[in-house]
Design a protein around this ligand. Structure first.
Ligand code: UD1
Ligand code: CA
Length: 455
């Protein structure tokens, strides 16, 4: 099948009014990726070599987004929404280039899997003119019914146009189909709009093809793969299904999830074997974790790379550009942004490390802050290997802390510190014996005098 060329036509012109959103429906995300981009990924995984995106509502926004998730896609604007066949024909120019297979897909069906698409394409390779992807929803109301005769598909009837008998059929149209490229335009051009909705139905090509003696078949996929998203409740449902699939894949890949239902992945999360993830962890976009890490509960990370055998959290926040090299540790209530924590370094408690390097084996005391921003620009803090930063220190960037140097607790460091030095950046302590007792007596007599005067 791989030698057959394939164009995926993705319909995404709908407004999606039920999303109640200023953003086009298909740009709403699942696992941090627009739903239409999931559809593109599935098409590519099924071997699509060309991509045609049919857009309408929010065309500008869609075009801009498409440049990111499908830079090679051609976009076609469907000016008026006259039905799914009309929408496919908006991409006439792409279809007429002569692909072997045309895969028609909906932009709002994000869980469609490549296997279902590939199975439909296989039917074309075996000689069918059309292969429709069917499914059996728990409740078929609203879906087109697949009408079969002797293993062949003879028609798809939209719910509104069904007879009472046809309405009892449980096998429904998932919406997606594979059409032989050499027949596609001729079939589509014959579709009319004499039906209950007055629309040009893509589904009508089934009856047209089968009446002319072409072979039309149905394949079957799971209900989840065909789930269409119309509102935000369905969006959340699709997200839950996606997450459940991904968690399972992670666990089967050697990752321990203690409470899988509380761990959230992004579409691009990479996580190595023998990593243990405790409950309530959020992996935002762009997280890569090597093998053997422990991610303690309630940690949140985005744009982060974590090396082998690192330990993170509980309650760690790793922001874009955080890079932990092997055996590094970022502990509770610490935030790391645009900074490298080198091998074996420890950032254990209540600390902010931003725009910085923490050298190998360095130890950052509780409450350390890299003061990286003056309200206008960001500055860098470089902490050398094996340095020890005493608790509650402020390192005012730009500043370099030498290797193996020692910063006294509570320091405000504004000047660079050479290797092996000890730096204090705070006032010396003064202790006055007996002075505490004297102070108490004085304050007590002042308070007593006030009380008396008020009586
Ligand atoms: C469609 C199918 C139905 C199937 C169901 C599965 C047709 C005629 N019916 O019905 O058999 O069971 O999907 O969910 O195909 N679109 C455009 N331009 C248009 C019309 C639609 O881009 O002019 C896009 C929509 O944005 C949407 C998709 O095509 O992504 C499907 O259209 P929709 O109107 O939702 O079709 P259904 O009535 O759900
Ligand atoms: Ca629909």
């Amino acid at each position: 099948m791989s030698q057959r060329s394939c164009l995926s036509v993705i319909l995404a012109a709908g407004e999606g009014t039920r999303m109640k959103s200023a953003m086009p429906k298909v740009l709403h995300s699942i696992a941090g990726l627009p739903m239409v981009a999931h559809v593109v990924k599935a098409a590519e995984a099924a071997g699509a070599t060309g991509l045609a995106l049919v857009i309408g509502h929010g065309a500008e926004e869609m075009r801009k987004a498409a440049q990111k998730f499908a830079p090679k896609a051609e976009t076609f604007v469907q000016e008026e929404r006259l039905g799914t066949a009309h929408a496919v024909l908006a991409a006439r120019e792409a279809i007429s280039k002569g692909y072997d297979d045309i895969l028609v897909m909906f932009g709002d069906t994000p869980l469609i899997d490549a296997a279902a698409l590939a199975a439909a394409r296989q039917k074309l390779a075996d000689g069918a003119a059309i292969a429709v992807i069917g499914f059996r929803p728990p409740n078929p109301t609203g879906y087109g019914r697949l009408i079969e005769e002797g293993g062949r598909l003879v028609a798809i009837r939209e719910e509104k146009d069904c007879s009472a008998a046809e309405r009892t059929i449980g096998f429904c149209n998932a919406g997606m189909m594979a059409v032989a490229g050499r027949h596609a335009l001729a079939l589509l051009d014959r579709v009319g709009n004499r039906n209950a909705k007055g629309e040009y139905y893509l589904t009508d090509i089934v009856e047209i093809a089968s009446a002319t003696g072409l072979t039309v078949v149905a394949t079957e996929t799971g209900f989840e793969s065909a789930l269409g998203i119309n509102n935000r409740a369905e969006l959340a449902e699709a997200e839950a299904i996606w997450q459940a699939r991904r968690r399972r894949e992670a666990m089967l890949g050697g990752v321990t999830l203690i409470a899988p239902e509380t761990v959230y992945f992004s579409h691009d999360t990479e996580i190595g074997a023998d990593t243990i993830v405790e409950p309530n962890v959020w992996f935002g976009l762009g997280v890569k974790i090597a093998a053997g890490a422990t991610i303690h509960a309630f940690s949140h990370m985005t744009g982060t790379t974590i090396g082998e055998n690192c330990e993170v959290g509980p309650f760690a926040r790793l922001r874009p550009g955080a890079h932990l090299r092997k055996k590094a540790k970022v502990g509770n209530f610490c935030e790391v942004k645009q900074a490298t924590v080198e091998e074996g370094a420890k950032v254990n408690h209540l600390t902010y490390v931003g725009d910085a390097r923490v050298g190998a084996g360095a130890n950052i005391g509780a409450g350390t802050i890299t003061c990286n921003y003056d309200g206008y620009s960001k500055f860098f803090t470089d902490i050398g290997e094996g340095a020890f930063i005493g608790s509650n220190s402020s390192l005012v960037a730009p500043v370099t802390i030498g290797s193996r140097s020692y910063i006294a607790s509570g320091s405000v460091i504004t000047e660079s510190v050479p290797d092996d030095a000890l730096a204090f950046g705070r006032a010396r302590q003064k202790t006055l014996p007996g002075k505490g007792k004297e102070l108490r007596e004085r304050f007590a007599s002042v308070a007593a005098a006030k009380k008396k005067a008020a009586e």
